[in-house]
Design a protein around this ligand. Sequence first.
Ligand code: SF4
Ligand code: SF4
Length: 182
Amino acid sequence: MSYDPALLVSDPVAGRSCGTCTLCCKVFDVPSLDKPAGQWCKHCAPGRGCGIHETRPQHCRSFHCMWMTTDFLGPEWKPEKSKFVLTVDPASKNLLVQVDPGQPGAWKATPYYAQFKRWAEAAVPEHRHVIVFNGKAATVVLPDKDVALGVLGPDDRITFQRRDTMHGVLIDVRKVKATAVS
Ligand code: SF4
Ligand code: SF4
């Protein structure tokens, strides 16, 4: 199972709908509502939907997770089942995995973790990466290891340094201040 970030779309594909899933209303922050990541939005009825659907912020209107916008992820990848929400960062094309804080180990379960490793391996030549977030705490999934970076503040950035070795390309990951990479 592979994906090409260049082919990803922002609208739901035919046959996909949120249904009883409301996980994005918990795991992400919504700046216009002062809603922090990891807490249910005060307007959300979990499992039922948005209580202000007609007037919900634009931020919410335009959001669709990767399960909604692709047709190759099976029902086990629907966020209400997997307990994480997949997105692709529009700039870096990194795959982002935002985990339900109520189930912080969900991304390590079968079949997800093995698939994240396969995606991480496939993304190396394209300088893309798989990054798991528990709240604002980031873990980079690499083919040979996982690197826990702790909480990423607004001024923090992740750097990836590649080394060609006799065992192939190895990647060193660090958390640095934005001023160090600008
Ligand atoms: S996480 Fe995806 S499937 Fe679930 S409510 Fe949000 S957009 Fe819909
Ligand atoms: S306003 Fe509605 S759609 Fe937006 S996070 Fe809250 S419950 Fe979800």
